[in-house]
Design a protein around this ligand. Structure first.
Ligand SMILES: [Zn+2]
Ligand SMILES: [Zn+2]
Length: 442
């Protein structure tokens, strides 16, 4: 062998080795290449059978065993057991059933990814192999998928831990559906050093592979009220011997309609709905009292607080007009009101960059119409810049009737799971990459 052919052979081997390394990096989730471009193949990794099948099986187990807010003991245990298997350290219990995991250097910057874990008191009506095994409870808001996708992100990030320029904080929170688990997580102090938080929600109306969001207000603040209007019961044929709470409550309800139509800026969307009216039990008796209840929604804290103030004044005032007494309860302790969900402008830009490079510009709806529904993700955004987006899980087989969130017929397309996992992982890792220089003062 001549020296020149030896050199040529070495050159050839060198290229073969380089080529093999590339194949390895592209196919193995164990790749720990220091090249940051490896963050680009997160979607590919999430779609690989190893990660996808694992996510599907976790999602189905959580779906079969739904638990209501602050009762997510089995779900929490399942999540911790998966974190244990991956070697991811965590804090537990936080906010009763919450789990807070950590991936990365353990040093700043810190970025959080959030998933909720609770189900709803709904009887599942979908007949399938993995139908809820608990009568009257169902994951009808997709939180089973949320917890699964965050575990998927954890798996991807853990395999790239050496490249992570800071710390990813995984937030598995309890009780999103009405009880404000997010507020308890914030109060626990575990997110003290976190400088940004991302959260997502499945969207059954959006095709798989698509996401939507917007900068600024995206979901309304939502509150509840319950009022008791008391009069004096008696014979329905002798009304002048009674004080009729039904008429007082009815006038109160009519006056509440004027809050949005006459007092709110027409360009500032608000809602007041009385959804509950209970009183009386027979046709010839004026009852002692009635109870009414409902919800109010607005996109700014100022409008929200104003609605709350006026709802109380109107119910109490109209009761007085009709010689009744009224008390209004905003259920702050049991069902705290949720602030508006307002997306940070800089994080919106970050999200659009990440999502467009992963999904293509046509699959990223960056100016979605806000919705009047609420999310307790807003509690995080009160203390940390946060960003919330929706993720397509549309079921192609549902041609005409697409069941909405909270429907007993909700059936999500599991092909959407890799997109959520990859976006979570990518949003966090690239955020840290962008911000670690600031921490070190470079
Ligand atoms: Zn829900
Ligand atoms: Zn939800």
């Amino acid at each position: 062998m001549t020296s020149s052919s030896f050199k040529f052979k070495c050159f050839q081997y060198f290229f073969i080795i380089i080529f093999m390394l590339h194949v390895y990096a592209a196919t193995s989730i164990l790749s720990s290449s220091p090249d940051n471009s490896s963050f680009n193949n997160f979607l590919e990794i999430a779609k690989s059978p190893e990660v996808f099948d694992w996510m599907v099986s976790i999602r189905r187990k959580i779906h079969e065993n739904p638990e209501l807010g602050y009762e997510e003991f089995d779900t929490s245990e399942r999540i911790r057991s998966e974190l244990d298997k991956m070697g991811i350290p965590y804090k537990h219990p936080v906010a009763i059933t919450g789990v807070i995991g950590f991936i990365g250097t353990g040093l700043p910057p810190f970025v959080a990814l959030r998933a909720d874990m609770d189900a709803l008191p709904i009887q599942e009506m979908v007949e399938w192999e993995h139908k809820s095994k608990v009568a009257g409870k169902m994951h009808a808001c997709g939180h089973d998928a949320h917890a699964t996708m965050l575990l998927g992100a954890a798996k991807i990030l853990k395999h790239h831990e050496k490249e992570i320029q800071g710390t990813v904080v995984l937030v598995f929170q309890p009780a999103e559906e009405g009880s404000g688990g997010a507020r308890k997580i914030v109060e626990s102090g575990v997110l003290q050093n976190v400088t940004a938080i991302f959260g997502l929600h499945i969207a059954p109306e959006l095709p798989v592979g698509e996401v939507a969001s917007r900068s600024g207000p995206i979901l309304a603040g939502g509150g509840r009220f319950e009022a008791k209007i008391s009069g004096k019961g008696g014979h329905a044929a002798i009304p002048h011997h009674s004080i009729d709470p039904i008429l007082a409550a009815s006038n109160g309800i009519i006056s509440l309609q004027q809050l949005v139509s006459r007092e709110a800026d027409p360009l500032d969307t608000q809602v007041v709905t009385v959804a509950k009216f209970q009183g009386g039990s027979t046709f010839n008796v004026i009852p002692d009292y009635v109870t009414i209840g409902g919800t109010y929604r607005a996109f700014s804290k100022q409008s929200f607080d104003q609605l709350r103030l006026r709802i109380e004044q109107i119910i109490v005032g109209q009761a007085a007009v009709h010689r009744c007494n009224a008390t209004v309860d905003f259920l702050d302790e049991v069902k705290p009101s949720y602030p508006p969900t307002v997306n940070d402008g800089d994080l919106h830009e970050h999200f659009v960059n990440v999502a467009v490079s992963m999904l293509g510009i046509n699959n990223v709806k960056s100016a979605m119409t806000p919705a009047m529904t609420s999310e307790d993700f807003a509690f995080y955004q009160e203390v940390i810049p946060g960003y919330f987006f929706i993720l397509g899980v549309k079921n192609a087989s549902h041609k005409r009737f697409q069941p909405s969130l909270h429907s007993p017929y909700l059936q999500i397309n599991e092909d959407g799971l890799p997109y959520g996992a990859a976006l979570h992982a990518s949003l966090a890792s690239s955020y840290l990459l962008k911000h670690h220089h600031h921490v070190h003062g470079v």
